[in-house]
Unconditional design. Structure first.
Length: 282
Protein backbone atom coordinates (compact mmCIF):
# COMPACT_ATOMS: atom_id res chain seq x y z
CA UNK A 1 0.00 0.00 0.00
CA UNK A 2 2.81 2.34 0.98
CA UNK A 3 4.66 1.42 -2.19
CA UNK A 4 1.58 2.39 -4.24
CA UNK A 5 1.41 5.76 -2.45
CA UNK A 6 5.07 6.35 -3.16
CA UNK A 7 4.52 5.65 -6.85
CA UNK A 8 1.55 8.02 -6.98
CA UNK A 9 3.53 10.68 -5.13
CA UNK A 10 6.45 10.29 -7.49
CA UNK A 11 4.15 10.44 -10.51
CA UNK A 12 2.55 13.62 -9.13
CA UNK A 13 5.96 15.24 -8.59
CA UNK A 14 6.93 14.39 -12.17
CA UNK A 15 3.73 15.95 -13.50
CA UNK A 16 4.34 19.11 -11.45
CA UNK A 17 7.96 19.24 -12.59
CA UNK A 18 7.01 18.85 -16.26
CA UNK A 19 4.34 21.55 -15.92
CA UNK A 20 6.81 23.91 -14.22
CA UNK A 21 9.40 23.19 -16.92
CA UNK A 22 6.80 23.85 -19.62
CA UNK A 23 5.84 27.19 -18.05
CA UNK A 24 9.51 28.15 -17.64
CA UNK A 25 10.14 27.42 -21.33
CA UNK A 26 7.09 29.50 -22.28
CA UNK A 27 8.40 32.41 -20.21
CA UNK A 28 11.89 32.08 -21.67
CA UNK A 29 10.48 32.01 -25.21
CA UNK A 30 8.46 35.14 -24.47
CA UNK A 31 11.51 36.91 -23.07
CA UNK A 32 13.56 35.99 -26.16
CA UNK A 33 10.74 37.16 -28.46
CA UNK A 34 10.46 40.40 -26.45
CA UNK A 35 14.18 41.08 -26.77
CA UNK A 36 13.99 40.44 -30.54
CA UNK A 37 11.03 42.82 -31.02
CA UNK A 38 12.61 45.53 -28.86
CA UNK A 39 15.88 45.19 -30.77
CA UNK A 40 13.97 45.82 -34.02
CA UNK A 41 12.21 48.79 -32.42
CA UNK A 42 15.55 50.13 -31.15
CA UNK A 43 17.01 49.95 -34.66
CA UNK A 44 13.99 51.67 -36.17
CA UNK A 45 13.98 54.36 -33.46
CA UNK A 46 17.71 55.00 -34.02
CA UNK A 47 17.14 55.61 -37.73
CA UNK A 48 14.04 57.65 -37.00
CA UNK A 49 15.91 59.80 -34.51
CA UNK A 50 18.61 60.65 -37.06
CA UNK A 51 16.04 61.49 -39.74
CA UNK A 52 13.95 63.53 -37.27
CA UNK A 53 16.95 65.59 -36.19
CA UNK A 54 17.87 66.18 -39.83
CA UNK A 55 14.37 67.38 -40.74
CA UNK A 56 14.06 69.49 -37.59
CA UNK A 57 17.38 71.19 -38.35
CA UNK A 58 15.95 72.32 -41.68
CA UNK A 59 12.33 73.11 -40.78
CA UNK A 60 12.31 73.90 -37.03
CA UNK A 61 8.70 72.66 -36.89
CA UNK A 62 6.78 70.87 -34.14
CA UNK A 63 6.15 67.50 -35.81
CA UNK A 64 9.82 66.48 -36.27
CA UNK A 65 10.54 67.85 -32.78
CA UNK A 66 7.83 65.54 -31.40
CA UNK A 67 9.27 62.62 -33.34
CA UNK A 68 12.70 63.29 -31.81
CA UNK A 69 11.24 63.04 -28.31
CA UNK A 70 9.15 59.94 -29.03
CA UNK A 71 12.10 58.15 -30.67
CA UNK A 72 14.26 58.94 -27.64
CA UNK A 73 11.56 57.47 -25.38
CA UNK A 74 11.41 54.37 -27.57
CA UNK A 75 15.19 54.00 -27.31
CA UNK A 76 14.95 54.26 -23.53
CA UNK A 77 12.01 51.90 -23.11
CA UNK A 78 13.58 48.90 -24.86
CA UNK A 79 16.65 48.46 -22.62
CA UNK A 80 14.63 49.37 -19.51
CA UNK A 81 11.98 46.74 -20.22
CA UNK A 82 14.56 44.03 -20.94
CA UNK A 83 16.33 44.91 -17.68
CA UNK A 84 13.02 44.64 -15.81
CA UNK A 85 12.38 41.18 -17.27
CA UNK A 86 15.80 39.88 -16.22
CA UNK A 87 16.03 41.72 -12.90
CA UNK A 88 16.01 39.51 -9.80
CA UNK A 89 15.42 42.07 -7.05
CA UNK A 90 13.50 45.26 -6.27
CA UNK A 91 10.83 44.29 -8.79
CA UNK A 92 8.35 47.02 -7.85
CA UNK A 93 10.68 49.95 -8.60
CA UNK A 94 12.29 48.40 -11.68
CA UNK A 95 9.05 47.34 -13.35
CA UNK A 96 7.42 50.67 -12.49
CA UNK A 97 10.32 52.55 -14.11
CA UNK A 98 9.95 50.48 -17.28
CA UNK A 99 6.20 51.07 -17.27
CA UNK A 100 6.64 54.83 -16.87
CA UNK A 101 8.91 54.79 -19.94
CA UNK A 102 6.22 52.89 -21.87
CA UNK A 103 3.48 55.31 -20.82
CA UNK A 104 5.59 58.32 -21.80
CA UNK A 105 6.30 56.69 -25.15
CA UNK A 106 2.64 55.72 -25.74
CA UNK A 107 1.38 59.17 -24.81
CA UNK A 108 4.09 60.80 -26.91
CA UNK A 109 2.94 58.75 -29.89
CA UNK A 110 -0.68 59.76 -29.21
CA UNK A 111 0.39 63.41 -29.04
CA UNK A 112 2.12 62.98 -32.42
CA UNK A 113 -1.07 61.57 -33.98
CA UNK A 114 -3.35 64.18 -32.42
CA UNK A 115 -1.12 67.15 -33.23
CA UNK A 116 -0.73 66.02 -36.82
CA UNK A 117 -4.51 65.56 -37.07
CA UNK A 118 -5.04 69.08 -35.74
CA UNK A 119 -2.69 70.42 -38.42
CA UNK A 120 -4.53 68.48 -41.15
CA UNK A 121 -7.82 69.93 -39.83
CA UNK A 122 -6.40 73.40 -40.49
CA UNK A 123 -6.07 73.98 -36.71
CA UNK A 124 -9.84 73.95 -36.27
CA UNK A 125 -10.72 74.87 -32.64
CA UNK A 126 -13.10 71.93 -32.18
CA UNK A 127 -10.46 69.49 -33.42
CA UNK A 128 -8.02 71.01 -30.94
CA UNK A 129 -10.47 70.67 -28.04
CA UNK A 130 -11.26 67.03 -28.81
CA UNK A 131 -7.57 66.23 -29.28
CA UNK A 132 -6.77 67.82 -25.90
CA UNK A 133 -9.50 65.79 -24.17
CA UNK A 134 -8.32 62.55 -25.75
CA UNK A 135 -4.71 63.20 -24.80
CA UNK A 136 -5.73 64.10 -21.24
CA UNK A 137 -7.70 60.86 -21.03
CA UNK A 138 -4.60 58.88 -22.00
CA UNK A 139 -2.50 60.68 -19.38
CA UNK A 140 -5.05 60.10 -16.62
CA UNK A 141 -5.22 56.35 -17.28
CA UNK A 142 -1.41 56.17 -17.36
CA UNK A 143 -1.26 57.72 -13.88
CA UNK A 144 -3.99 55.36 -12.61
CA UNK A 145 -2.08 52.38 -13.99
CA UNK A 146 1.13 53.42 -12.23
CA UNK A 147 -0.75 53.88 -8.96
CA UNK A 148 -2.74 50.63 -8.99
CA UNK A 149 -0.40 48.16 -10.68
CA UNK A 150 2.60 46.48 -9.10
CA UNK A 151 5.64 44.30 -9.82
CA UNK A 152 6.17 40.73 -8.59
CA UNK A 153 8.93 38.15 -8.86
CA UNK A 154 8.54 35.37 -11.44
CA UNK A 155 11.00 32.61 -12.40
CA UNK A 156 14.04 34.30 -13.89
CA UNK A 157 12.98 37.91 -13.46
CA UNK A 158 10.17 40.36 -12.70
CA UNK A 159 6.62 40.78 -13.97
CA UNK A 160 4.37 43.85 -13.95
CA UNK A 161 0.82 42.97 -12.87
CA UNK A 162 -1.56 45.57 -14.26
CA UNK A 163 -4.89 46.52 -12.78
CA UNK A 164 -7.60 45.40 -15.22
CA UNK A 165 -9.62 48.63 -15.35
CA UNK A 166 -6.54 50.74 -16.12
CA UNK A 167 -5.57 48.45 -19.03
CA UNK A 168 -9.09 48.72 -20.44
CA UNK A 169 -8.96 52.52 -20.08
CA UNK A 170 -5.54 52.79 -21.73
CA UNK A 171 -6.48 50.53 -24.65
CA UNK A 172 -9.85 52.22 -25.17
CA UNK A 173 -8.14 55.62 -25.09
CA UNK A 174 -5.72 54.50 -27.79
CA UNK A 175 -8.57 53.25 -29.98
CA UNK A 176 -10.42 56.56 -29.58
CA UNK A 177 -7.29 58.46 -30.65
CA UNK A 178 -7.01 56.27 -33.76
CA UNK A 179 -10.69 56.71 -34.66
CA UNK A 180 -10.52 60.48 -34.16
CA UNK A 181 -7.36 60.86 -36.24
CA UNK A 182 -8.71 58.81 -39.13
CA UNK A 183 -12.23 60.29 -39.18
CA UNK A 184 -10.95 63.88 -38.88
CA UNK A 185 -8.49 63.37 -41.73
CA UNK A 186 -11.23 61.96 -43.97
CA UNK A 187 -13.58 64.86 -43.14
CA UNK A 188 -10.79 67.38 -43.78
CA UNK A 189 -10.04 65.73 -47.11
CA UNK A 190 -13.63 66.13 -48.29
CA UNK A 191 -13.95 69.61 -46.82
CA UNK A 192 -10.72 71.21 -47.99
CA UNK A 193 -9.92 68.93 -50.91
CA UNK A 194 -13.03 70.04 -52.79
CA UNK A 195 -12.31 73.74 -52.36
CA UNK A 196 -9.53 73.62 -54.92
CA UNK A 197 -10.05 71.63 -58.08
CA UNK A 198 -6.32 71.04 -58.36
CA UNK A 199 -5.52 67.38 -58.91
CA UNK A 200 -2.34 67.71 -56.86
CA UNK A 201 -4.22 68.99 -53.82
CA UNK A 202 -6.61 66.06 -54.04
CA UNK A 203 -3.66 63.68 -54.36
CA UNK A 204 -2.10 65.16 -51.22
CA UNK A 205 -5.29 64.57 -49.26
CA UNK A 206 -5.51 61.04 -50.64
CA UNK A 207 -2.02 60.40 -49.33
CA UNK A 208 -2.98 61.86 -45.94
CA UNK A 209 -6.00 59.55 -45.77
CA UNK A 210 -3.93 56.52 -46.72
CA UNK A 211 -1.30 57.54 -44.16
CA UNK A 212 -3.78 57.82 -41.28
CA UNK A 213 -5.91 54.82 -42.20
CA UNK A 214 -2.98 52.40 -42.56
CA UNK A 215 -1.33 53.68 -39.37
CA UNK A 216 -4.62 53.49 -37.48
CA UNK A 217 -5.29 49.93 -38.63
CA UNK A 218 -1.91 48.76 -37.30
CA UNK A 219 -2.19 50.66 -34.02
CA UNK A 220 -5.84 49.73 -33.52
CA UNK A 221 -5.01 46.05 -33.98
CA UNK A 222 -2.56 46.24 -31.07
CA UNK A 223 -4.93 48.22 -28.86
CA UNK A 224 -7.86 45.93 -29.69
CA UNK A 225 -5.82 42.84 -28.84
CA UNK A 226 -4.74 44.37 -25.52
CA UNK A 227 -8.33 45.42 -24.75
CA UNK A 228 -9.69 41.97 -25.59
CA UNK A 229 -7.06 40.26 -23.44
CA UNK A 230 -7.72 42.65 -20.57
CA UNK A 231 -11.45 41.96 -20.67
CA UNK A 232 -11.43 38.20 -21.26
CA UNK A 233 -7.89 37.07 -20.39
CA UNK A 234 -6.01 36.84 -17.11
CA UNK A 235 -3.96 39.83 -15.95
CA UNK A 236 -2.30 37.80 -13.23
CA UNK A 237 0.43 35.18 -13.13
CA UNK A 238 -1.24 31.82 -13.71
CA UNK A 239 -0.19 29.02 -16.08
CA UNK A 240 -0.23 30.37 -19.62
CA UNK A 241 -0.81 34.06 -18.88
CA UNK A 242 2.65 35.58 -18.30
CA UNK A 243 3.97 34.50 -21.71
CA UNK A 244 1.27 36.54 -23.47
CA UNK A 245 1.39 39.53 -21.16
CA UNK A 246 5.17 39.81 -21.36
CA UNK A 247 4.90 40.21 -25.15
CA UNK A 248 2.26 42.96 -25.20
CA UNK A 249 4.55 45.93 -24.30
CA UNK A 250 7.27 44.94 -26.84
CA UNK A 251 4.64 44.47 -29.56
CA UNK A 252 3.18 47.89 -28.70
CA UNK A 253 6.61 49.51 -28.66
CA UNK A 254 7.59 48.00 -32.01
CA UNK A 255 4.33 48.78 -33.83
CA UNK A 256 4.13 52.35 -32.50
CA UNK A 257 7.76 53.08 -33.38
CA UNK A 258 7.48 51.73 -36.92
CA UNK A 259 4.10 53.40 -37.45
CA UNK A 260 5.46 56.79 -36.44
CA UNK A 261 8.72 56.59 -38.37
CA UNK A 262 6.92 55.46 -41.51
CA UNK A 263 5.95 59.12 -41.63
CA UNK A 264 9.24 59.70 -43.48
CA UNK A 265 8.00 57.52 -46.34
CA UNK A 266 4.78 59.55 -46.54
CA UNK A 267 6.79 62.77 -46.46
CA UNK A 268 8.77 61.56 -49.47
CA UNK A 269 5.53 60.73 -51.32
CA UNK A 270 4.01 64.14 -50.54
CA UNK A 271 7.20 65.91 -51.63
CA UNK A 272 7.11 63.96 -54.88
CA UNK A 273 3.55 65.09 -55.58
CA UNK A 274 4.39 68.73 -54.83
CA UNK A 275 7.56 68.61 -56.92
CA UNK A 276 5.67 67.00 -59.79
CA UNK A 277 3.11 69.81 -59.62
CA UNK A 278 5.82 72.45 -59.69
CA UNK A 279 7.49 70.81 -62.70
CA UNK A 280 4.18 70.76 -64.59
CA UNK A 281 3.68 74.49 -64.05
CA UNK A 282 7.00 75.39 -65.65
Amino acid sequence: MSHSKQLKSEAFRQVVFRQALKEMNALQNSVVASIFLLALAFENASKGLILSINIFAKSRTAIPATMIIVNLLSLGFGPMYIYSLLNLENCQNVTLSAKIFLHLFDNGFSFFLLFKTWIVAQKHPMAGIIATLLFSNRCVWAVIDCMRSYGIQIPGGCFYVQEQLSVIGISTGGILVDLFSTSTTIVAAFRFGNIDASTKVKQLFQVLIADNVLRSLCVMAVNSFTLNYAMYGALRVIPGSPSILILIPPITGYVYTVAMNFEFEWIAIRKGIVQDGLNNTK
